[in-house]
Design a protein around this ligand. Structure first.
Ligand code: FES
Length: 458
């Protein structure tokens, strides 16, 4: 049994960390308020501090299919902390690793009672294991204004805001507004800061316990292209080349381009809620056509909320580097995919989630590597948060395309490939990040040997 020194307790004051060990394993360290008051106990447990915090460690990859446990939801059940995987919601006791579905996650005893926090780790091959790095997991948006308790979006002030704040706050809708009302409003909001605040607010409203927000009927006016305030728009092919990340100018250009993509990704996730709210599956052999369940809207609002978080992180990073969002031209190439697939949900998911977002999984590691080589650790941290979230977004697309195909007695692989032939110009480009795609549910049958001439239309 190896005792791995993690460092002084003062280094671990955030809620979650990803720990990278020298043997290549990744764990999640949770810091959670101790559940039972310690009065009456003779002494605190080894993983408990005098000021009422408990620490737990478990493997970072969900034992079901590798979901990112650092993004899990934490609840208390029967006086124990339960963490639920963001991919398929399997739940695990964070102390014992036991799950109601029968599989068990590996957990690791933590000791915070000595000078250094230590972790017990069993590796059959070696006892010589050390901590390589620990990364705090960011859960928060970096909004420019603090709305306090009135609107529940989380806030973290940015270090130095060099670009002016929006002069007024966003417009919030009445309590009886439907999901479609909110989506139309967010799509029509041109100020990026307002858009991300409204998106976070809608996600909080729709997902709060007992929420009864009506979906609406989709009969709201949607903009042909979501407007953008104070941005210079150019054609996709006319964007300045960002370079290879070796210079500050090049890195700013890359972060700016990514922030623009994240802003469009918010609109795409909001649009897939409102545009397809009345979607019905084709009548399968059992003769029953189905509408989309509420879980569908929950999932896509989670994606929209993540994209808003990503935009806020990238915008804040641009400002830390002395620039701001809007300093460079942007394009709306991603929105063209929304227009091309506006008539069919299967096409929309295939092209936006399983082509464009899956492509992001392929290129993100290379982008991250450029920033790492340039010694820009803060940007690396931001980009890694984004990459991990993006895997879950491809999962969301895969899950709902599979749901539709199951209802319609069709094969999701064939439906996807047929849609690529119909709507995507050009072949899918290698190299593929097979591991990340697999984590998201996309095995090679989806994307290998796929070009316009080779695809069979289903
Ligand atoms: S529940 Fe975690 S990957 Fe499926």
């Amino acid at each position: 049994m190896a005792k791995v020194a993690l460092g002084p307790l003062s280094d671990f004051k955030q809620a979650r960390y990803v720990l990278h060990l020298s043997n290549g394993k990744r764990l999640v360290l949770f810091r959670l308020p101790s559940i039972e008051p310690r009065q009456g106990k003779k002494s605190p447990a080894k993983n408990e501090t005098d000021d009422g915090w408990s620490y737990f460690a478990m493997e970072a990859e969900c034992p079901h299919a590798g979901g990112p446990m650092q993004d899990s939801q934490v609840d208390i059940e029967d006086s124990a902390y339960i963490v639920s995987c963001p991919w398929h919601a399997y739940d695990f006791n964070v102390e014992t690793g036991e799950s109601s579905v029968g599989i068990k996650a590996c957990t690791f005893p933590i000791d915070v009672r000595s000078e250094s926090v230590t972790l017990e780790y069993h590796d059959e091959k070696t006892d010589d294991i050390t901590l390589s790095t620990s990364e705090p997991v960011s859960e928060k948006m970096k909004l420019k204004r603090d709305h306090g308790a009135t609107h529940q979006a989380s806030t973290t002030s940015t270090k130095e805001v060099t670009h002016e704040l929006p002069s007024e706050g966003p417009k919030y809708l009445d309590a009886d507004a439907t999901l479609c009302d909110w989506c139309g409003h967010i799509l029509s909001t041109s100020n990026p800061e307002h858009k991300i605040e409204l998106t976070a607010h809608l996600f909080a409203l729709f997902t709060e316990e007992g929420s009864t927000m009506a979906l609406g009927d989709g009969k709201v006016t949607l903009p042909a292209i979501p407007p953008r305030q104070d941005l210079e728009e150019v054609q996709p092919g006319r964007m300045p080349r960002p370079g290879r990340g070796g210079t500050l100018k090049s890195r700013v250009s890359m972060l700016h381009a990514l922030a623009n993509i994240e802003l469009w990704a918010i609109d795409l996730a909001i649009d897939i809620c409102v545009r397809f709210v009345a979607f019905q599956t084709n009548v399968p052999s059992d003769g029953i056509s189905r509408t989309l369940p509420r879980a569908y809207f929950h999932d896509w609002l989670k994606v929209a909320n993540d994209e808003a978080k990503h935009f806020s992180l990238l915008r804040a990073r641009l400002e830390e580097l002395g620039s701001y969002f809007g300093a460079l031209p942007v394009h709306h190439g991603l929105w063209m995919s929304a227009t091309d697939t506006a008539e069919d949900l299967r096409s929309r998911i295939s092209i936006v989630s399983l082509v464009h977002e899956a492509r992001g999984l392929d290129v993100n590691p290379m982008t991250i590597d450029k920033f790492r080589k340039a010694g820009d650790a803060e940007s690396v941290q931001t980009l890694e948060i984004i990459h991990n979230d993006e895997i879950t977004h491809v999962t969301t697309g895969h899950r709902w395309l599979t749901w539709i195909c199951n209802e319609e007695d069709t094969d999701p692989v064939q439906v996807f490939r047929a849609n690529v032939q119909k709507h995507f110009r050009g072949p899918l480009r290698e190299p593929f990040n097979a591991e990340a795609r697999m984590q998201a549910g996309m095995d090679p049958r989806y994307y290998e040997n796929l070009d316009r001439n080779a695809v069979q239309v289903a």
